[in-house]
Design a protein around this ligand. Sequence first.
Ligand code: ASP
Length: 321
Amino acid sequence: MHNRRSFIKSTGLATAITAIGCNASTQKNTSKIQEYPKIISTWKHLEDNKAALDELLSGSSVLDAIETGIRMAENNAEDLSVGVGGLPDRDGNITLDACIMDSAGKAGSVSFLQGIRHPISLARKVMENTPHVMLTGAGAQQYAREIGFPLEDLSTVESNKAFAEWKKKSIYKPKINIENHDTVGMLAIDNNGNLAGGCSTSGVAYKMHGRVGDSPIIGAGLFVDNDYGAATATGMGELVLRTLGSFLVVELMRQGATPAEACKDAVMRIVDKGNYQDLQVGYVAMDKQGNTGAYSLVSGFNYTETTKSDSVILDADSYLD
Ligand code: ASP
Protein backbone atom coordinates (compact mmCIF):
# COMPACT_ATOMS: atom_id res chain seq x y z
CA MET A 1 0.00 0.00 0.00
CA HIS A 2 1.19 3.46 -0.89
CA ASN A 3 4.72 2.24 -1.49
CA ARG A 4 5.23 5.02 -4.00
CA ARG A 5 4.47 7.73 -1.52
CA SER A 6 8.13 8.66 -1.45
CA PHE A 7 7.55 10.35 -4.77
CA ILE A 8 4.99 12.63 -3.28
CA LYS A 9 5.79 16.18 -3.90
CA SER A 10 5.26 18.46 -0.96
CA THR A 11 5.57 21.93 -2.25
CA GLY A 12 2.76 23.12 -0.01
CA LEU A 13 0.48 25.85 -1.05
CA ALA A 14 3.30 27.42 -2.92
CA THR A 15 1.68 29.94 -5.15
CA ALA A 16 -1.21 32.19 -4.58
CA ILE A 17 -2.49 35.03 -6.65
CA THR A 18 -4.60 37.65 -4.99
CA ALA A 19 -7.14 38.85 -7.44
CA ILE A 20 -9.98 40.60 -5.71
CA GLY A 21 -9.51 43.95 -4.09
CA CYS A 22 -5.95 44.47 -5.31
CA ASN A 23 -3.70 43.71 -8.23
CA ALA A 24 -2.71 40.12 -8.85
CA SER A 25 0.41 39.26 -6.90
CA THR A 26 2.24 36.12 -5.91
CA GLN A 27 2.21 34.98 -2.30
CA LYS A 28 4.26 32.25 -0.68
CA ASN A 29 2.77 29.59 1.55
CA THR A 30 -0.60 31.22 1.75
CA SER A 31 -2.65 29.59 4.44
CA LYS A 32 -6.31 28.82 4.16
CA ILE A 33 -8.70 31.67 4.62
CA GLN A 34 -10.58 31.30 7.93
CA GLU A 35 -13.64 33.32 7.17
CA TYR A 36 -17.29 32.75 6.22
CA PRO A 37 -18.92 32.55 3.83
CA LYS A 38 -16.39 30.80 1.63
CA ILE A 39 -16.34 29.44 -1.92
CA ILE A 40 -13.80 26.97 -3.28
CA SER A 41 -13.58 25.70 -6.85
CA THR A 42 -11.38 23.62 -9.09
CA TRP A 43 -8.96 25.52 -11.33
CA LYS A 44 -8.92 29.27 -11.92
CA HIS A 45 -12.47 30.41 -11.42
CA LEU A 46 -11.96 33.77 -9.74
CA GLU A 47 -14.86 35.52 -11.43
CA ASP A 48 -17.17 32.56 -10.96
CA ASN A 49 -16.31 32.27 -7.26
CA LYS A 50 -16.87 35.99 -6.90
CA ALA A 51 -20.31 35.72 -8.51
CA ALA A 52 -21.16 32.88 -6.11
CA LEU A 53 -19.94 34.85 -3.11
CA ASP A 54 -21.86 37.97 -4.15
CA GLU A 55 -25.00 35.86 -4.44
CA LEU A 56 -24.51 34.58 -0.89
CA LEU A 57 -23.73 38.04 0.46
CA SER A 58 -26.90 39.38 -1.12
CA GLY A 59 -28.86 37.04 1.15
CA SER A 60 -29.42 34.12 -1.20
CA SER A 61 -28.96 30.52 -0.15
CA VAL A 62 -25.73 28.56 -0.43
CA LEU A 63 -27.39 26.54 -3.20
CA ASP A 64 -28.23 29.73 -5.14
CA ALA A 65 -24.60 30.74 -4.77
CA ILE A 66 -23.42 27.49 -6.33
CA GLU A 67 -25.86 27.75 -9.20
CA THR A 68 -24.91 31.36 -9.90
CA GLY A 69 -21.18 30.69 -9.82
CA ILE A 70 -21.39 27.68 -12.09
CA ARG A 71 -23.79 29.39 -14.52
CA MET A 72 -21.16 32.05 -14.94
CA ALA A 73 -18.59 29.40 -15.90
CA GLU A 74 -21.07 27.77 -18.27
CA ASN A 75 -21.64 31.12 -19.96
CA ASN A 76 -17.97 31.77 -20.53
CA ALA A 77 -17.23 30.82 -24.12
CA GLU A 78 -13.52 30.96 -23.38
CA ASP A 79 -13.84 27.99 -21.03
CA LEU A 80 -13.29 25.11 -23.43
CA SER A 81 -14.41 22.52 -20.87
CA VAL A 82 -17.72 23.90 -19.62
CA GLY A 83 -21.03 24.90 -21.17
CA VAL A 84 -21.01 27.13 -24.24
CA GLY A 85 -17.83 26.64 -26.27
CA GLY A 86 -17.05 23.31 -24.59
CA LEU A 87 -14.97 21.01 -26.78
CA PRO A 88 -17.03 18.35 -28.57
CA ASP A 89 -16.87 14.58 -28.70
CA ARG A 90 -15.14 12.81 -31.60
CA ASP A 91 -18.27 13.21 -33.74
CA GLY A 92 -18.45 16.94 -33.17
CA ASN A 93 -21.27 16.97 -30.60
CA ILE A 94 -20.95 19.05 -27.43
CA THR A 95 -22.35 16.87 -24.65
CA LEU A 96 -22.59 18.27 -21.16
CA ASP A 97 -22.65 16.77 -17.67
CA ALA A 98 -23.51 18.49 -14.38
CA CYS A 99 -24.74 17.83 -10.89
CA ILE A 100 -25.67 19.72 -7.75
CA MET A 101 -26.19 18.84 -4.07
CA ASP A 102 -27.75 20.87 -1.31
CA SER A 103 -27.38 21.01 2.46
CA ALA A 104 -30.28 18.63 3.00
CA GLY A 105 -28.52 15.86 1.08
CA LYS A 106 -30.72 16.23 -1.98
CA ALA A 107 -29.07 15.78 -5.37
CA GLY A 108 -29.81 16.47 -9.02
CA SER A 109 -27.90 15.56 -12.13
CA VAL A 110 -27.94 15.67 -15.92
CA SER A 111 -25.63 13.86 -18.29
CA PHE A 112 -25.01 13.51 -22.02
CA LEU A 113 -27.04 16.68 -22.46
CA GLN A 114 -26.97 18.58 -25.73
CA GLY A 115 -28.03 22.10 -26.69
CA ILE A 116 -28.76 23.42 -23.20
CA ARG A 117 -26.56 26.25 -22.00
CA HIS A 118 -26.99 25.76 -18.27
CA PRO A 119 -26.85 22.11 -17.26
CA ILE A 120 -26.32 23.13 -13.62
CA SER A 121 -29.73 24.83 -13.57
CA LEU A 122 -31.33 21.81 -15.19
CA ALA A 123 -29.68 19.56 -12.59
CA ARG A 124 -31.19 21.77 -9.91
CA LYS A 125 -34.63 21.49 -11.53
CA VAL A 126 -34.26 17.71 -11.60
CA MET A 127 -33.42 17.81 -7.90
CA GLU A 128 -36.19 20.16 -6.88
CA ASN A 129 -39.03 19.43 -9.30
CA THR A 130 -38.84 15.75 -10.17
CA PRO A 131 -38.89 12.55 -8.13
CA HIS A 132 -35.53 11.62 -9.71
CA VAL A 133 -31.86 12.34 -9.17
CA MET A 134 -30.60 12.00 -12.73
CA LEU A 135 -31.84 12.59 -16.27
CA THR A 136 -29.74 11.83 -19.30
CA GLY A 137 -29.45 12.50 -23.04
CA ALA A 138 -32.59 13.14 -25.03
CA GLY A 139 -34.76 12.74 -21.93
CA ALA A 140 -32.83 15.43 -20.10
CA GLN A 141 -33.11 17.72 -23.10
CA GLN A 142 -36.83 17.01 -23.40
CA TYR A 143 -37.36 17.96 -19.76
CA ALA A 144 -35.33 21.13 -20.26
CA ARG A 145 -37.49 22.12 -23.22
CA GLU A 146 -40.69 21.32 -21.31
CA ILE A 147 -39.75 23.71 -18.53
CA GLY A 148 -38.66 26.47 -20.89
CA PHE A 149 -34.93 26.13 -21.36
CA PRO A 150 -34.04 27.27 -24.90
CA LEU A 151 -32.30 24.92 -27.31
CA GLU A 152 -29.06 26.52 -28.46
CA ASP A 153 -26.05 25.82 -30.61
CA LEU A 154 -23.30 25.86 -28.01
CA SER A 155 -20.39 25.68 -30.42
CA THR A 156 -18.19 28.71 -30.95
CA VAL A 157 -15.68 29.75 -33.59
CA GLU A 158 -13.00 28.62 -31.17
CA SER A 159 -14.49 25.20 -30.40
CA ASN A 160 -15.21 24.55 -34.10
CA LYS A 161 -11.67 25.51 -34.98
CA ALA A 162 -10.23 23.22 -32.30
CA PHE A 163 -12.41 20.34 -33.51
CA ALA A 164 -11.42 20.90 -37.16
CA GLU A 165 -7.78 20.82 -36.11
CA TRP A 166 -8.26 17.62 -34.08
CA LYS A 167 -10.14 15.99 -36.99
CA LYS A 168 -7.06 16.21 -39.18
CA LYS A 169 -5.46 13.37 -37.21
CA SER A 170 -8.39 12.20 -35.10
CA ILE A 171 -6.09 10.70 -32.51
CA TYR A 172 -7.74 10.24 -29.16
CA LYS A 173 -5.21 10.22 -26.39
CA PRO A 174 -6.49 11.70 -23.17
CA LYS A 175 -3.88 13.89 -21.59
CA ILE A 176 -6.21 15.51 -19.27
CA ASN A 177 -5.62 18.45 -16.95
CA ILE A 178 -1.91 18.44 -17.44
CA GLU A 179 -2.57 21.71 -19.15
CA ASN A 180 -4.71 24.13 -17.19
CA HIS A 181 -8.35 23.24 -17.45
CA ASP A 182 -11.69 24.80 -16.75
CA THR A 183 -14.08 22.05 -15.66
CA VAL A 184 -15.74 23.59 -12.68
CA GLY A 185 -16.44 21.88 -9.38
CA MET A 186 -17.54 24.40 -6.75
CA LEU A 187 -18.22 24.06 -3.01
CA ALA A 188 -19.63 26.72 -0.71
CA ILE A 189 -20.28 27.24 2.98
CA ASP A 190 -22.51 29.97 4.37
CA ASN A 191 -22.41 31.85 7.66
CA ASN A 192 -24.41 29.10 9.34
CA GLY A 193 -22.04 26.34 8.23
CA ASN A 194 -24.38 25.00 5.57
CA LEU A 195 -22.66 23.37 2.61
CA ALA A 196 -23.65 22.94 -1.03
CA GLY A 197 -21.80 22.00 -4.20
CA GLY A 198 -22.02 21.68 -7.94
CA CYS A 199 -20.02 20.47 -10.88
CA SER A 200 -20.31 21.17 -14.62
CA THR A 201 -18.31 20.06 -17.64
CA SER A 202 -18.30 19.25 -21.32
CA GLY A 203 -16.16 16.29 -20.33
CA VAL A 204 -13.07 14.95 -21.94
CA ALA A 205 -12.55 16.52 -25.35
CA TYR A 206 -13.04 14.18 -28.35
CA LYS A 207 -14.44 11.41 -26.17
CA MET A 208 -16.61 8.68 -27.70
CA HIS A 209 -20.15 9.78 -28.39
CA GLY A 210 -22.21 8.75 -25.38
CA ARG A 211 -19.31 8.77 -22.94
CA VAL A 212 -20.20 10.14 -19.51
CA GLY A 213 -17.52 10.94 -16.97
CA ASP A 214 -17.48 11.43 -13.24
CA SER A 215 -18.86 14.96 -13.15
CA PRO A 216 -22.61 14.19 -13.14
CA ILE A 217 -22.28 11.11 -10.93
CA ILE A 218 -23.20 11.80 -7.32
CA GLY A 219 -20.34 10.53 -5.17
CA ALA A 220 -17.84 10.59 -8.05
CA GLY A 221 -17.61 14.16 -9.36
CA LEU A 222 -19.30 15.67 -6.31
CA PHE A 223 -20.50 14.77 -2.87
CA VAL A 224 -21.92 16.94 -0.09
CA ASP A 225 -22.78 15.75 3.40
CA ASN A 226 -23.80 18.74 5.45
CA ASP A 227 -22.74 17.00 8.66
CA TYR A 228 -19.15 16.41 7.59
CA GLY A 229 -18.06 18.19 4.43
CA ALA A 230 -18.06 18.36 0.67
CA ALA A 231 -15.72 17.36 -2.14
CA THR A 232 -15.52 17.68 -5.90
CA ALA A 233 -13.26 16.30 -8.59
CA THR A 234 -11.70 17.21 -11.89
CA GLY A 235 -9.55 15.25 -14.27
CA MET A 236 -9.90 11.89 -15.95
CA GLY A 237 -13.40 10.90 -14.95
CA GLU A 238 -12.84 7.19 -15.40
CA LEU A 239 -10.29 7.18 -12.56
CA VAL A 240 -12.66 9.06 -10.30
CA LEU A 241 -15.60 6.84 -11.21
CA ARG A 242 -13.72 3.66 -10.41
CA THR A 243 -12.97 4.87 -6.90
CA LEU A 244 -16.11 6.93 -6.26
CA GLY A 245 -13.68 9.68 -5.38
CA SER A 246 -15.74 12.54 -3.97
CA PHE A 247 -17.76 10.25 -1.73
CA LEU A 248 -14.51 8.73 -0.55
CA VAL A 249 -13.06 12.15 0.31
CA VAL A 250 -16.13 13.07 2.37
CA GLU A 251 -16.19 9.66 4.04
CA LEU A 252 -12.54 10.06 5.01
CA MET A 253 -13.33 13.47 6.51
CA ARG A 254 -16.19 11.83 8.41
CA GLN A 255 -13.62 9.43 9.82
CA GLY A 256 -11.45 12.32 10.99
CA ALA A 257 -9.15 13.22 8.10
CA THR A 258 -8.56 16.86 7.29
CA PRO A 259 -9.73 17.98 3.82
CA ALA A 260 -6.14 17.89 2.54
CA GLU A 261 -5.48 14.42 3.99
CA ALA A 262 -8.75 13.10 2.60
CA CYS A 263 -8.00 14.43 -0.90
CA LYS A 264 -4.54 12.90 -0.76
CA ASP A 265 -5.82 9.51 0.40
CA ALA A 266 -8.41 9.47 -2.38
CA VAL A 267 -5.68 10.18 -4.94
CA MET A 268 -3.55 7.43 -3.39
CA ARG A 269 -6.44 5.01 -3.79
CA ILE A 270 -6.18 5.67 -7.53
CA VAL A 271 -2.42 5.26 -7.42
CA ASP A 272 -2.71 1.95 -5.57
CA LYS A 273 -4.99 0.59 -8.28
CA GLY A 274 -2.56 1.58 -11.06
CA ASN A 275 -3.45 2.53 -14.66
CA TYR A 276 -3.20 6.25 -14.06
CA GLN A 277 -0.18 6.98 -16.26
CA ASP A 278 -0.30 10.28 -18.16
CA LEU A 279 -3.60 11.17 -16.54
CA GLN A 280 -4.61 13.73 -14.00
CA VAL A 281 -7.14 13.80 -11.17
CA GLY A 282 -7.58 16.64 -8.72
CA TYR A 283 -9.81 16.87 -5.67
CA VAL A 284 -10.84 19.86 -3.60
CA ALA A 285 -12.63 19.49 -0.30
CA MET A 286 -14.18 21.59 2.44
CA ASP A 287 -15.11 20.38 5.90
CA LYS A 288 -17.98 21.43 8.13
CA GLN A 289 -15.80 24.13 9.69
CA GLY A 290 -14.94 25.58 6.29
CA ASN A 291 -11.37 24.25 6.29
CA THR A 292 -10.28 23.40 2.78
CA GLY A 293 -7.72 21.22 1.07
CA ALA A 294 -6.79 19.78 -2.30
CA TYR A 295 -4.54 17.18 -3.84
CA SER A 296 -3.82 15.90 -7.33
CA LEU A 297 -2.12 13.05 -9.10
CA VAL A 298 0.17 15.29 -11.11
CA SER A 299 1.41 18.80 -10.39
CA GLY A 300 -0.28 21.64 -12.19
CA PHE A 301 -3.66 21.41 -10.53
CA ASN A 302 -4.78 24.57 -8.87
CA TYR A 303 -7.93 25.76 -7.21
CA THR A 304 -9.59 29.00 -6.20
CA GLU A 305 -10.62 29.98 -2.70
CA THR A 306 -12.72 33.06 -2.15
CA THR A 307 -14.04 34.98 0.84
CA LYS A 308 -15.16 38.56 1.33
CA SER A 309 -11.62 39.71 2.07
CA ASP A 310 -9.61 37.73 -0.43
CA SER A 311 -9.62 35.45 -3.42
CA VAL A 312 -6.61 33.29 -4.14
CA ILE A 313 -5.49 30.71 -6.63
CA LEU A 314 -3.57 27.97 -4.86
CA ASP A 315 -1.37 25.19 -6.21
CA ALA A 316 -2.39 21.78 -4.93
CA ASP A 317 0.17 19.33 -3.62
CA SER A 318 0.55 16.36 -5.92
CA TYR A 319 1.78 12.79 -6.04
CA LEU A 320 3.89 13.28 -9.16
CA ASP A 321 5.81 16.29 -10.43
N1 ASP B 1 -13.89 15.09 -15.06
C1 ASP B 1 -14.29 15.45 -16.39
C2 ASP B 1 -14.65 14.21 -17.16
O1 ASP B 1 -13.99 13.21 -17.03
C3 ASP B 1 -13.28 16.22 -17.15
C4 ASP B 1 -12.43 17.20 -16.42
O2 ASP B 1 -12.62 17.49 -15.27
O3 ASP B 1 -11.53 17.73 -17.02
O4 ASP B 1 -15.56 14.28 -17.95
